[in-house]
Structure formats: C-alpha cells, structure tokens
Write a protein that binds this ligand. Structure first.
Ligand code: ZN
Ligand code: ZN
Ligand code: ZN
Length: 351
C-alpha cells in the first residue's frame, strides 16, 4: 500500500486516516486518483484540490466509521465502489459486530484498492444470475433451532465471510486447528476474490483455460471429493515443492485461489517497500545476495523476474524485523520453482 501525505503539512498518512494527526486536516480517499486527499468543506460537501468544479460527499458507510472514500455528488450510488459490493453487513444492534465489521472493511477496502490498481473489473452483482461481486458478511447463529455453520467461501461472485474471522482469538484458534502458518482477513479476501476472477478471466477464455490446466491441473476433477480427501488424508508430505500452501494441493481451483492471493500479498508488500524506498543488503550463508532496492511500483512492473528478485530479500528483512520484536514471521512461506511458475502465470494474465 502507498504511504500518503497530508498536502497541508506533509505528515505521512495511512490509507484509513480521516484526519491528519499532525495538523487536523480532514481527509478522504478519491478512488479515481488512488489518493488520500485533503478536503475543503463547502456547504456540507467537499471540494478537492486538483478536481476543481467537482463536489464530493463521504460514502454512506462513513457514518459508521468503516469507510473514508469519497463519492461524487451526482453519482447514482450513495456508496463508494468498495462499499457498493456489500450485500449483507453484520447486524449492528449487536455492538461487537460494529467493531468486527470495521476490521472486515479495512481488509476489503485494501483489496479493492489493489483490484482497481490492477485494472480489474470491480462491479457489484445486481441479481443472482448477473456477473459482479457481492459480499455477505454473515454471523453464525447458534441456538437450539438453528446452528448452520457459516462457511467463508465463493459462489458465482458471492463471497461469504464469517464475521467471527474478524475476531483475532477465533481466527488464531482456527489457524491452529487447520495447522496453517498464516491466516488473516486480507488473506481471506484475496483468496475468495481469486475464485471470482478465475471465472471471469480463465473460465470464459479457452486459451487461458488450457494454459491454466497445463500449470495447475484439470479443474474438472470432482471438487467435493477432492476437498473431502484433503480433510481426511491431509496433503502429501512433498506439497511444498509444488504448492504455496498445503490447502492449495486440495484441488486446482484452490491452488489457483491460493496462488492469486499470494500474488496480491507480494505486490502489496513490494508497493509498501517502494513507497518507503526500502533497500536491503547482506547475503545468505551460501553467498547468495540479500540485496534489493524497491525502486519500482510493482503494479506497473511488467518484468516478473524483477519483482521476484526484489521480493525474496525483502521477506528475509521483514521476517528478521518481526523476530527482533519476538513476533512470528510475517512471511512464513517458501516459493518453490513450480510455485514461481504459477505466480508468473498470474502476473502474465494481469499484464
Ligand atoms: Zn496535516
Ligand atoms: Zn464506502
Ligand atoms: Zn477457495
């Protein structure tokens, strides 16, 4: 993610800021410019420097402090592009749901930022049969009459996220249950949206589909049986040579979604490094260099090798920083050559 700056005082700003903590300026996010901008108040609306003649208001969800994106006053939606994808939000009569919803929205807005920067279609789903994206943030209701579990997942553009995943205690419990090295909200969003773009970019294109099958395998194998098998038997012990995660080995669709999510992780980390001008030095025990300079915006970088060359040393550096603070590795993955090839396929598809 970019680091933004207050145009009034120059203070660095996070993507989620609504006020500059240094000078008190009010801020909003302008999606067509991918910029956090200082707001000039005008009769209850806002104008923005560089967008003269246009007037903005906040997205409707600003009132819940879950969104800082701006909407042009003549837009036919009261929601921004990220919030218009919501179909079901948690029941806000339960106060803890507002806290959890905020965390979900932080992850979802960061996802939508990345999708837009990649030039991907981000449209709300209008009806059950129509294309587009709809988010259902659902709570598990457990009482005597109804104890249907809520499964985080994707179906025809509808992405269901179990609200409990926003609770760090629940999520860590699930992470241990599933023996995963990494489980985050942004990871869920990146994974599930990957299924949506598989339908859009691969399933609808015969060339892409045959290229996909040659790299990820044939997705026509029985999905339900494959997942059942994965949960019963577990992944084979040599999965790290072929997959980014053990779950990715369950079925080509899951391999795709895990790889897609990983590509988004990689690009986001490198974008942050770029905006901070991060450079690393040193070398590994075998003499291979750990030198990198984040000199390019990864969203605009055509050369996948340049991305990987910068990325590997960066992960050593950030893991070491985390270890300095007694925290687990922020990047607990190893990219094999086979996985690298899969990531390259995602990159080529997007460029
Ligand atoms: Zn400021
Ligand atoms: Zn919004
Ligand atoms: Zn999946």
């Amino acid at each position: 993610m970019k680091i933004f700056h207050c145009s009034h005082c120059g203070n660095p700003l996070y993507f989620e800021n609504t006020v500059c903590l240094s000078c008190g300026s009010h801020l909003g996010y302008l999606e067509h410019r991918s910029q956090l901008v200082n707001l000039i108040a005008k009769n209850g609306l806002f104008s923005v420097s560089g967008d003269e003649g246009k007037l903005y208001r906040f997205c409707k969800n600003h009132e819940y402090q879950v969104c800082n994106w701006l909407v042009e006053i003549n837009s036919n939606s009261e929601f921004c592009s990220a919030c218009s994808l919501n179909r079901t939000i948690p029941n806000l009569e339960n106060e803890s749901n507002l806290v959890e919803w905020r965390k979900l929205e932080i992850a979802k807005h960061r996802l939508v930022y990345a999708l837009m920067r990649l030039g991907l279609q981000v449209e709300p789903k209008k009806g059950i049969e129509s294309s587009g994206i709809a988010f259902d943030f659902l709570e598990e209701i457990t009482n005597a009459q109804n104890s249907e579990p809520v499964r985080t997942g994707h179906l025809n553009g509808t992405i269901t996220i179990n609200v409990a995943e926003a609770d760090s205690v629940h999520r860590e419990y699930m992470r241990k249950q599933m023996a995963e090295p990494y489980r985050t909200l942004i990871g869920h969003f990146r994974h599930e949206i990957g299924h949506f773009y598989w339908d859009l970019l691969i399933n609808n294109n015969s060339d892409n589909l045959s290229a996909f099958r040659s790299i990820f395998g044939d997705e026509r194998v029985d999905y339900g049986a494959a997942l059942q098998n994965h949960y019963n038997q577990g992944a084979s012990s040599n999965w790290p040579s072929y997959y980014i995660s053990s779950y990715a080995s369950s079925h080509p669709w899951e391999d795709w979604a895990e790889t897609w999510a990983h590509y988004l992780h990689l690009i986001d980390l490198l974008e942050t490094a770029f905006y901070f001008g991060i450079e690393t030095g040193g070398h590994l025990n075998d003499g291979s260099p750990l030198k990198m300079e984040a000199r390019f915006d990864p969203y605009l970088q055509q050369d996948f090798d340049a991305i990987i060359k910068a990325f590997r040393p960066l992960t050593y550096a950030i893991n070491s920083l985390n270890r300095s603070m007694g925290q687990p590795d922020v990047y607990p993955f190893v990219i094999s050559d086979t996985v690298l090839n899969k990531l390259r396929f995602v990159h080529q598809l997007l460029h």
